[in-house]
Structures are given as C-alpha cells and as structure tokens.
Design a protein around this ligand. Structure first.
Ligand SMILES: [Zn+2]
Ligand SMILES: [Zn+2]
Length: 168
C-alpha cells in the first residue's frame, strides 16, 4: 500500500535541501530508501523506468549529482570509478567485493584513526571512511582464488594520493 503520503518524508527532505520536489526527484529519493545495492544511475533508471516512463537516464544522473551535492545521498567510491549512490546517511563503512564490486554496509566499529593523516595544506577533513576489501560468497564459489591473495596487481589507484616517497 504505497500511498503518496508515504513519500512525504522524501518531499520534505528535498525541499529542506532547497530543491523543488518534482515527481522524478521524489521517486528517485524514495527508491533509494529501499534499494540497498548502492546502485549506479543505470540501476536506478532500470528500477524506475516501468513505473516512471517519462524518466530519462540523464535526469537520473543529474538528480543523483544534485542530491549528493546537497547531502541527500552519499557518493560511493568504487575502483572502477563509476557513480554509485548510497541512500543511508548514517555513518557506516563498506565492504566491497574485489571481484564483482558488490557493496555491503558494515556497521562502524570503534576502530578509527585518531589523528588526521598528512593532508595537503588547506584541505579540511570531513570524513574518514574505511573500506573493507572482501570476496563475496558467490565470488568465492566461482573463483579458485583464495582469500588473502595479493590482489589485482597494479590496480590500486588513489587519485590525489600525495605519494609516499619510496626508499631509494
Ligand atoms: Zn563478488
Ligand atoms: Zn552504504
């Protein structure tokens, strides 16, 4: 019994964020309260296209970007660099399957760096997120690769990494 009233919290949040609560914005934000996959824009679009035939993929993209800008959604960083979004704003960490990219929510433990790392001058630390690299149960079945391998060679790229100077 999904009634329009059920979307009122999303309508309020969109308005509080300073946006007009258009039908597509409300539908997208409402969908992301339930879609726990940390979906890409394409996945959101696929989920909504039957119920919202007028919605276009580019509208989904721009809506997700503006929601992220205004703090209604969290951007999820993925190794492949695609936009994925998280409707859960409470602090939590992610476990990412290194093989298929599935993202799982992980409750925060007390484990957290106590001090800000060596950040470039002038930048302000806003959040510390821990990402656990995992192999999901499905991928463990489908790959002969055991847990604890050395990982994909040369695939860790950290844009903006100040670069730790190697010992010469
Ligand atoms: Zn997997
Ligand atoms: Zn999450």
């Amino acid at each position: 019994m999904k009634r329009l009233d059920d979307q009122q919290p999303q309508i309020d949040r969109i308005r509080e964020a300073g946006l007009r609560a258009t039908a597509s914005r409300v539908a997208i934000l409402d969908h992301l309260q339930e879609d726990r996959r940390h979906p890409t824009a394409e996945m959101v679009y696929e989920s909504l296209r039957t119920t919202h035939p007028s919605l276009s993929l580019s509208t989904v993209y721009s809506t997700l970007e503006s929601f992220i800008d205004r703090g209604l959604l969290r951007r999820v960083h993925t190794p492949e660099g695609r936009l994925r979004v998280d409707g859960t704003l409470q602090d939590h960490d992610h476990a990412v399957c290194r093989h298929c990219g599935a993202i799982y929510d992980v409750a925060r433990s007390g484990l957290r760096p106590q001090e800000a790392p060596m950040l470039p001058e002038g930048v302000a630390l806003v959040a510390v997120n821990i990402e656990y690299e995992v192999l999901c149960s499905e991928c463990q079945e489908h790959t002969a690769v055991g847990v604890g391998g050395s990982g994909r060679p040369g695939e860790t790229n950290h844009p903006g990494d100040p670069g730790i100077s190697k010992e010469s």
